[in-house]
Ligand binder design. Structure first.
Ligand SMILES: Cc1cc2nc3c(=O)[nH]c(=O)nc-3n(C[C@H](O)[C@H](O)[C@H](O)COP(=O)(O)OP(=O)(O)OC[C@H]3O[C@@H](n4cnc5c(N)ncnc54)[C@H](O)[C@@H]3O)c2cc1C
Length: 437
């Protein structure tokens, strides 16, 4: 399904097929600005990664243009769940086996720093986006997962301890109004944000810093020309000294090398209509961000005004239409919270994340072009943070160095960007998730 076919209301479902978040913001639509013939820096994509990179380069005195094929922020950056964590998927132990203890320590630490940093960033820039350190409840879907979480928290590597504690099943209702889980872990520092308000605030900050933003302007080709790059777009050509590609789950044929390294996966969300007074306080009493330990996870939260539940996950083996995902997600939500059986769904939408073969994000340079992407579905904080670092790398600043520098960005033989293995993988993980232990 072409994703832009979503921008409409479905009369049969009586439900908007656009993100709930879009209702709440005055989206900044950029005028069709005349293309400059030359810039210092051209950044492709206009989500969090690119805007943070552009903010650095514009403030560093480099003429900067942001180019997006759609409206700025049309991608995952205004469609996500607004949950902010430390975002490093592999454990310290897994990373240590692959890359040694020193690098593993640095990677996990940088994930933690990104979480602290984004809070400081929105505060220092005065971005109004409902940022709050509400904490996160990670619910165990079986006993074995509860024990694994407890063991992980008890054995946190020295110097990487986070503020976390276990909540046994008997006390689960202090965190979540359901009996469907087997207890879980609370991570106190994890945060929530209104993704679209954050994006719009960031966009205005980048514009105020002097970055140009060209929306509805796909980059169709990039060619090397001496020590510059020539970017072709339907609105004209631009010569740029530096290029940053941050197209994440929407990476396409423009950059085949990157396309072979990221796995686009659709993630689906619904919002309920405003619920009766007091209901969200019963279901999510501490207003935490929620995920569960399933491999094919569900993630959910209250809306910032605490009137609705926003519920996300994956309910199909292959990509589907938000008309089809809406009733399936609703059924999963009602399974967890029978109290929501009569709640109408007001919005259903989807967006694409970028998974990678080593479950790490990657920031680097290929054939002279910078890139930052591959946040594996957990990118609100780290796309902002590594976008900032990519901008600093373009400026040649030592602060731009990251623990990920120099890591190989893996692909697999015969993989060209179309994940034929997705449906069997989802099927397998869903089967495994259903096992009682
Ligand atoms: C439904 C959903 C829920 C999520 N929930 C969470 C969550 O709760 N917490 C969390 O941490 N993360 C979450 N994520 C992930 C997070 O949103 C992303 O990691 C993050 O927004 C990535 O930002 P980005 O700037 O790298 O990419 P995006 O915001 O996806 O932007 C990429 C842009 O590139 C543009 N583009 C592509 N090709 C071209 C081209 N040739 N020319 C010009 N432009 C081009 C696209 O139009 C797009 O706007 C979720 C994602 C989805 C989809």
């Amino acid at each position: 399904m072409p994703i832009n076919a979503m921008n409409q209301t479905d009369p049969q479902l009586d439900c908007a097929l656009t993100p709930y978040w879009w209702d709440d913001v005055d989206r900044v639509t950029s005028a069709d600005l005349p293309m400059p013939a030359k810039v210092d820096v051209a950044v492709v994509g206009a989500g969090y990664t690119v805007l943070h990179a552009a903010l650095q380069t514009a403030r560093g005195g480099r003429s900067t243009i942001v180019l997006d094929a759609e409206e700025a922020g049309w991608g995952a950056s205004t469609r996500n769940g607004g949950q902010i964590s430390t975002s490093i998927k592999p454990s310290y132990e897994q990373l240590a086996r692959r890359h040694g203890t020193e690098r593993a320590f640095a990677i996990v630490l940088e994930g933690q720093q990104s979480l602290a940093w984004i809070g400081e960033f929105v505060r220092n820039e005065g971005i109004e986006c409902d940022f709050a350190r509400v904490g996160h409840f990670h619910a165990a879907h079986n006993v074995r997962q509860y024990d694994a979480l407890a063991a992980k928290i008890a054995a946190q590597p020295k110097g990487l301890e986070t503020d976390a504690h276990m909540v046994p099943r008997a006390e689960q209702h202090t965190e979540l109004g359901t009996d469907a889980y087997f207890g879980g872990a609370v991570y106190e520092q994890y945060s929530s944000i209104h993704p679209a308000r954050y994006h719009v605030g960031l966009l205005k900050t980048a514009l105020a810093a002097g970055a140009l933003v060209a929306a509805r302007c796909p980059v169709t080709a990039i060619e090397r020309e001496g020590d510059r790059f020539r970017l072709r777009t339907p609105r004209g050509e631009i010569l740029a000294r530096d290029v940053i590609i941050a197209t994440n789950g929407y990476t396409g044929r423009l950059t085949p090398w990157l396309q072979r390294r990221v796995i686009p996966i659709g993630s689906y969300m619904i919002a309920t209509e405003p619920l009766p007074e007091g209901m969200t306080a019963r279901l999510i009493p501490n207003n935490r961000m929620i995920t569960d330990t399933r491999k094919v996870i569900y993630y959910y939260r209250c809306s910032p005004d605490r009137r609705r539940i926003l519920f996300g996950g994956r309910v199909s083996y292959s990509e589907t239409d938000p008309r089809i995902s809406a009733p399936k997600l609703q059924a999963e939500m009602v399974n967890l919270f029978p109290e929501l059986r009569d709640a109408r769904i007001s919005h259903s939408w989807c967006g694409f994340i970028a998974y990678t073969f080593d479950e790490l994000m990657h920031v680097g340079k290929h054939q002279g072009m910078h890139y930052a992407m591959g946040y594996c579905g957990s990118g609100v904080g780290v796309s902002s943070y590594f976008g900032m670092r990519a901008g600093q790398q373009v400026l040649g600043l030592k602060e731009g160095r990251t623990a990920l520098d120099g890591l190989a960005f893996e692909t697999r033989p015969l993989y060209t960007g179309k994940p034929w293995f997705l449906a069997p993988s989802v099927w397998y993980y869903r089967w495994r998730d259903r096992l009682p232990i």
